[in-house]
Design a protein around this ligand. Structure first.
Ligand code: SF4
Length: 344
């Protein structure tokens, strides 16, 4: 359900549109093609999960959106990133800095290293309001308490003068989320926000993100390798492999019948409450070297459904089913696989 901001802005108006994004790194081993034509659209009040194993290019793509890529060695060679129609890739560093935090904010996966260990949490949260909103110290501290309450940190006023190491992992991640929300951004990008947490705390953090999204109407981009983590919160899922989109779909259909063998592999490798007694099957092999991508379908060396055509011809990302289904897959044999329930 879209939140109030989405309703105000028109839930169907694209908020963040990434199109044909290419990012490469020049290294001593050659050019690493980290992102190869990524595209997705995030709407206000919606949650899009960008899913893939590590090395699939999802975090690099997020850094490109945030203007955080070190250039060099990184180079954005093609594409657009539009926030309400404004191309962020054309902004100067100073202009991009203004957008960061105020219009797009990021929740990093490792709160302990993202937070400053020698400043209290209250000072770090308050600084956002002092620097960006010109508030005085007392007002900024009051805003910090409000934020800590909003992310459900118990005893917020008492904990204002605690340092990051005095918080548990889950509470630290709530502080990171509070910092991201401080300036009421339109888009929040959460990069593996629960990786370092145990399963119970993971679920609490995902629930919190979903609730906050409902309250604020922000667009939420969740970057993750774990389909289990996003099951209950994502509206749409974009699956990446070797820097490319291999499948995009609304979440329920993707879980019910994945169209791409890689998505099927990811689903088979996570525990699911609706599949009692089924064995977990990891995807064989490992992601390809992005400096030496395989010819044809980049997934073919690991794919149980591969045929000779797969090593020779790269599959295009094509619509699956009816055009209004807004579902696409990049596999030569999507229709056959769907007929067999996605099984090789
Ligand atoms: Fe597997 Fe071939 Fe489809 Fe690639 S194109 S996912 S190798 S069946």
């Amino acid at each position: 359900m879209p939140g109030p901001r989405a309703a105000a802005a028109g839930a169907d108006a694209p908020l963040l549109e990434v199109d044909d994004l290419h990012v490469e790194f020049r290294t001593s081993r050659g050019t690493v093609h980290a992102v190869n034509g990524l595209g997705y659209t995030l709407h206000a009040g919606r949650t899009l999960a960008l899913l893939g194993e590590s090395g699939s290019g999802k975090s690099v793509a997020a850094q490109a959106v945030m203007g955080l890529l070190p250039t060099p060695p990184a180079r954005i060679t093609r594409g657009t990133v539009r926030l309400r129609g404004q191309d962020l890739l054309r902004l100067s560093d100073a202009e991009h800095r203004k957008v960061r935090g105020t219009r797009i904010a990021m929740v990093f996966q490792d709160a302990l290293s993202a937070l400053n260990p020698v400043l209290t949490v209250g000072d770090q949260l308050g600084e956002m309001f002092r620097v960006h909103r010109g508030l005085r110290r007392r007002e900024a501290r009051a805003k910090a308490v409000e934020l800590m309450d909003r992310v459900r940190i118990p005893g917020a006023a008492r904990r204002l003068d605690d340092y990051p190491h005095q918080f548990s992992g889950g509470m630290r991640q709530r502080v990171m989320i509070a910092m991201a929300l401080a300036l009421d951004p339109e888009v929040v990008i959460a990069d593996e926000p629960t990786t370092a947490l145990d399963v119970t705390v993971q679920a609490q953090i995902m629930r919190l993100l979903a609730e906050l999204q409902q309250e604020t109407g922000m667009g939420l981009l969740l970057i993750t390798h774990d389909l289990g983590v996003v099951a209950s919160v994502a509206d749409r899922i974009t699956v990446m492999y070797a820097g490319r989109v291999v499948e995009e779909s609304d979440a329920p259909r993707l879980y019910k019948a994945p169209a791409h063998p890689y998505t099927r592999g990811l689903l088979d490798s996570v525990p699911r409450l609706d599949r009692h007694g089924e064995r977990l099957v990891p995807i064989p092999g490992s992601p390809p070297d992005l400096a030496r991508l395989p010819a044809g379908c980049a997934f073919h060396p690991r794919c149980g459904s591969a045929r000779p055509r797969c090593a020779a011809e790269r599959p295009a990302l094509l619509t699956v089913g009816a055009p209004d289904a807004e579902r696409r897959s990049a596999c030569h044999f999507t229709d056959e696989l769907l007929d067999r329930g996605g099984r090789p």
